[in-house]
Design a protein around this ligand. Sequence first.
Ligand code: PFF
Length: 444
Amino acid sequence: MSVKRVTFASKIGVVAAAAGSAVGLGNIWRFPSQTADGGGAIFILVYIGCILFFGIPLMVSEFLVGRASRANAAGAYHKLSPGTPWKWVGRLGVLTGFVIMGFYMVVCGWTLVYLIQSLSGHLSGVTDFAANFAVLQGDPVKQTVWMILFTLLTTFFILSGVKKGIEQSAKILMPLLFLLLIVLAVRAVTLDGALPGINFLLKPDLSHVKSTLFLDAMGQAFFSLSLGMGCMITYGSYFRDRTPLLKTSVQVAVLDTLVAVLAGMVIFPSAFALTAHPETIVSDLVAGGPGLLFITLPELFNQMPGSMIWSTLFFCLLALAALTSTISLMEVVTVYIHEEYHIPRRISALFVTAGIIILGVFSSLSAPFFNILDIASAKFMLPIGGLFISLFVGWHLDRRLIFVQLSSGGTLKPGILFMKTYIFLLRYVAPIAILAIFIYGLAW
Ligand code: PFF
């Protein structure tokens, strides 16, 4: 069956949509807690290495596979390599998207709760922010209700279609979020006592290195760039023929990394400056885990004049950044069901919504279940998906097809050196490194 496919309407829309998928809770919630756990600057260094050596080449590869096939994550493999087991890689990706949504939506619900607490003035009256977060975590009903609301909001956008739903929202929200983070970072680094927090982020301290450092950083890189599950394949399938794939990937990766580092620049200086117990701050940070953002930031806002306005604006933008990511996650699964099983898009979206809500209820009820979904997807499923996409493009795909895609239908001329480096990274560097990190990480 030939399915008529839409494409993104403008150049900036393409970057905004892809960056909208990449920038989300992964940058602002997950990155700081992983950085705290991974020992600060050393984690960031390894993370940036992962972005350069796997992130960008794999993003180009996903875009390329998507645009060449103009199909969903599993259909893409099937179209480019019919009758082979490669489609299972795509199916694994779709499953991964589902697993991620199962816990991600819960955190999205938390952002809504904090948005309401900001708007109602509740947050500016809180004195113990750790206790405030613990109350939320101890209330599964509240978490479930807000998780469901966020899921339905995402469904609404999925139902309103690719152009209107995804592209337009991302175009407006991304720059706003960026601006606000800069303002907050300036405030945080100028707090009295912020310096040790800045050092924690910038000066590598080898005494905090963990044996799973590489696995954690790699998983975070995949998660943050939305790689390894066919999300960028799906978005690549909506790209126009002339969209430059390398340039778009570099722009998305740079934006995504900037947002993550900026979020770190807000959270760590604030956490160090505002703590009542500087001697235990590092262990507190590590123990803070998922709550770090929701504990440290409101505390920072309360140090600022007009705290209610700042925290409302921040949680509103955070929810919106999360929304552009959940839209991309839900799109992967919806369009897969729609195209592969010939089920109308609307019905597919409703199936997916029901499935997410079921998983989300379990994650709201059980922190260990939440953690299992988080770890299974970021540290196992996404890197495995990334490994296979590098093998697929590096070893299996026809070089001429790769060349046509990288030259964007003849409008660009990728040099021979570039092509060789790209293929070398995909054939050898990415798969060997991903495997090695994986085995090493698991051995501990
Ligand atoms: N990249 C998103 C974030 O950092 O929040 C999460 C995500 C979206 C992961 C889409 C994977 C994906 F396909």
